[in-house]
Write a protein that binds this ligand. Structure first.
Ligand SMILES: *Cc1c(COP(=O)(O)O)cnc(C)c1O
Length: 353
């Protein structure tokens, strides 16, 4: 029995993305780069005052409320903003919209593993230039012919950040391709490539509410670029599902963007904890590329990463580990609260003799 082979052969077979664990009990959760602090206080107020009657209606397909707030925040026009259900939704639509060449798209060999999944899902040819030993991108790798380019900055899971000069060089060499910079972690790092969108009409910057804005559970992400690129994205979205962002995400998202002071304070706190954590890790003998995100990608010369991963997990401290060739001796550790990091380091100090 089972599905007939002729049926099977017409089914799209995909190897899905594997997200980090979401244990349904309380653990020290440093495995999926969520923000340890709550969203802006205004978000709670919006939820308390929400009338469920509003749920009868479809949400605004253009997500104007949120789009306008983001446009104001980033000082662009609202036609330059494309919101979606988390940046995963936005990025996936970008693959569908912009990567339709016969030539391979390019992204680093060590990077956000969803890129490969989307490329395979949409049957987009791809090539993965190798990061060097320090986990840096070699810019010349991106001078070759391609059907598009995508990379996160800072990169994941390495937390390595490239300066804008590097991004601009890649843009200079790729006037004929769409270049997508996935800035999920840029608020913890440095300058955003947003300031380049006026000069490069082939640049798309994608950001998310999941990390710096503490709203992974709401699923909000967005792309910013020139109006024409955004229009093509909208055309694909409206050919797919017009009502993507729900009512609550729209109003909560807009409210979160209004509170710039909270946003900045939240980020400062995490950066402070990260810098302290780097010192602690170094004292324990860990090595890591300089971390510019809300996580640190660390390896220890005397302890296997898998062993540490399992020991930590047993102690209810969750970090992320991949069993893949070049990074299997590394742990990706999300920066949590001061208290969470204290518990992590108390454990490691006892474990590592
Ligand atoms: C977390 C993350 C995303 C996805 O974020 P969502 O907005 O939650 O979908 C995209 N890219 C990178 C590199 C990430 O780390």
């Amino acid at each position: 029995m089972g599905i007939h082979p002729n049926v099977l052969k017409n089914i799209r077979h995909v190897t899905p993305y594997v997200p980090g664990e979401q244990p349904q009990r309380k653990v020290i959760k440093l495995n999926t780069n969520e923000n340890p602090y709550p969203p802006a206080p205004g978000v709670r107020k919006v939820l308390e005052e929400f009338h469920t009657d509003a749920l009868r209606l479809y949400p605004d397909p253009a997500a104007e409320l949120l789009t306008e707030e983001l446009a104001r925040f980033y000082e662009v026009e609202k036609e330059q903003v494309f919101p979606g259900v988390g940046s995963d939704d936005v990025l996936s639509l970008c693959f569908l919209t912009f990567f339709n060449s016969e030539k391979p798209i390019l992204f680093p060999d060590i990077t956000y593993s969803f890129y490969k999944v989307w490329a395979e899902l949409y049957r987009i040819p791809y090539r993965c230039p190798k990061l060097d030993k320090e986990f840096r991108m070699n810019r010349a790798d991106y001078y070759q012919e391609n059907g598009g380019i995508i990379f996160p900055n800072p990169n994941a899971p390495t937390a390595v950040y490239e300066e804008l000069e590097f991004i601009e060089d890649i843009l200079e060499h790729n006037r004929e391709s769409v270049v997508i910079v996935d800035e999920a972690y840029v608020d913890f790092a440095g300058k955003s490539a947003l300031e380049l969108i006026e000069r490069y009409d082939n640049l798309l910057v994608v950001q998310t509410f999941s990390k710096a804005r503490s709203m992974a559970g709401m699923r909000i992400g967005y792309a910013i670029g020139n109006k024409e690129l955004i229009r093509y994205l909208n055309d694909v979205k409206y050919s797919f599902n017009s009502y993507t962002l729900n009512q609550l995400s729209l109003i909560c998202g807009a409210e979160a963007v209004r509170d710039r002071a909270y946003f900045e304070k939240n980020i400062r706190k995490i950066i402070q904890t990260r810098e302290k954590a780097k010192g602690e890790l170094a004292n324990l003998g860990f090595a890591f590329p300089d971390a510019k995100a809300n996580f640190i990608f660390a390896t220890h010369p005397d302890y296997s990463a898998e062993e540490l991963f399992l020991a930590l997990k047993k102690a209810d401290i969750y970090v992320r580990h991949w069993n893949s060739e070049r990074i299997k001796e590394y742990l990706r550790i999300t920066v949590g609260t001061e208290e969470e990091m204290r518990i992590l380091f108390d454990f490691l100090k006892h474990y590592i003799k």
